[in-house]
Design a protein around this ligand. Structure first.
Ligand SMILES: [Fe+2]
Length: 420
């Protein structure tokens, strides 16, 4: 069995390394309602261990600061009143970054004392949950700082500039793989005796789904293909859009994916802001299109005479494939071109919107207590995404993993897979 303590140290130090190049000022910015300051991510992930592990299970534990219990609660209503996001955003100069880092040290030292004692199965399961929670926030650190730097008029760069991929190669053409109808099983039924046999409660229980025959695209939709949709007036043809999607296009004046800006000096007329700075779209034509909403993915699919896959179709395909891809661990911080044949890019690069609404699986029950608030209460008005992205830690996702966001969200690394 993997060592819980070693895993704890690895995940905690990864968070700090992601924030290492960011100044205290960078870490207090919250540039859109759905993002959070990086300093808050560092504190909130630490709060999770203090609240759910150290307070209940380390007998002589002394909290770092009693008011942090309320300040860094995200949405656990059963633990007390939360801080309104607006107030947090406007006033997050204090506690200072130094104090937040001292909070992290305080909790890490207390966790060392906990690891030195005998840990039972429940404590181990909670620690592994806390580590998976922190990995979710690692992805948010990168998506939120990308939005913060994009929103800053001088457009700071997070990572060093990209080195061109050489030699040039072409991506496989968009092809279809046929799958026959079948009664398949999706979801997980983990072994609760093994804390590392981890999955979130929303992946349970494993259950049967009847699939009709379907065809599945061999790769994700590229920027080149998305430019064709834009050039064919995709953003101004209401017949392509769901009603709510069309409202979003009108209200937000969308005319391209998030982070795309017009650039007359570019062959395509567009450039894209990445974690490694601005890049011309002409150099990225064969990489997956990214930072599109569910509404845009759905409209693109309708324009192509296709549809988005259901999450059951997606999982039935993905569960047959090896789990490798362009995750955070590659260090690219951006989707990359596919080189393989067959069904590819199911994992990494960018999350794939599905046509499935986020609801509980048949027989799903929320866990008891505050941890039952982790997933279950969000099961309305959101769509399922699958597969992970270029800023997801590689050991965080799996074929059964269910991500979920409201259909208008674009600040995550979200892209398109087609089905028929
Ligand atoms: Fe959280």
């Amino acid at each position: 069995m993997p060592d819980v303590e070693a895993k704890y140290k690895a995940v905690r130090s990864m968070t700090q390394s992601l924030a290492a190049t960011l100044s205290a000022e960078d870490q207090m910015v919250q540039s859109c309602p759905e993002a959070s300051p990086i300093k808050w991510h560092q504190a909130h992930t630490t709060w999770f261990f203090e609240t759910f592990i150290l307070r209940p299970f380390l007998p002589d534990y002394r909290p770092f600061r009693e008011d942090f219990h309320r300040l860094f609660n995200s949405y656990y209503i059963s633990l007390g009143e939360e801080i309104p996001q607006k107030k947090l955003r406007a006033s997050f100069s204090r506690p200072s970054l130094d104090e937040v880092l001292a909070f992290r040290d305080h909790v890490d030292h207390a966790m060392e004392r906990l690891f030195a004692s005998t840990i039972d199965g429940e404590v181990s399961r909670r620690i592994v949950l806390g580590l998976n929670h922190e990995q979710q926030h690692q992805e948010l650190v990168l998506t939120d700082i990308k939005h913060a730097f994009f929103s800053n008029p001088i457009h700071p760069v997070y990572g060093s500039p990209d080195t061109p991929q050489t030699p040039p190669f072409s991506v496989p053409s968009l092809e279809w793989r046929e799958f026959s109808g079948a009664l398949v099983e999706i979801g997980r039924s983990p072994n609760f005796e093994d804390p590392f046999d981890f999955c979130f409660d929303n992946e349970t229980p494993r259950h049967r789904v009847l699939l009709e025959p379907f065809e599945f695209a061999n790769r994700k939709v590229t920027c080149r293909e998305y430019l064709e949709f834009m050039a064919d007036d995709g953003y101004i043809r209401s017949e392509l859009w769901l009603s709510d999607g069309w409202d979003a296009v009108q209200e937000s004046r969308w005319e391209a994916p998030l982070y795309w800006e017009r650039d007359a000096s570019e062959e395509t007329g567009w450039r894209m802001f990445t974690l490694r700075g601005w890049q011309g779209i002409s150099g990225l034509l064969d990489v997956p299109v990214c930072h599109v909403s569910f509404y845009e993915a759905d409209a693109f699919a309708r324009w192509r005479g296709c549809r988005l896959p259901t999450e059951a179709e997606w999982e039935s395909v993905a569960s047959q494939l090896p789990q490798h891809g362009n995750f955070l661990d590659t260090g690219r911080l951006h989707p990359s071109r596919v080189t393989e044949s067959g069904v590819t890019q199911m994992f990494g690069d960018c999350w794939e919107w599905t046509s499935s609404p986020y609801t509980g699986y048949p027989g799903y029950k929320r866990p008891p207590g505050a941890l039952g608030e982790y997933n279950g209460k969000f099961m309305v008005n959101q769509m399922i995404l699958r597969g992970g992205s270029c800023v997801t830690p590689a050991d965080h996702v799996r074929a059964t993993y269910r991500n979920f966001f409201p259909p208008a969200m674009r600040w995550q690394f979200t892209g398109i897979r087609l089905a028929i």
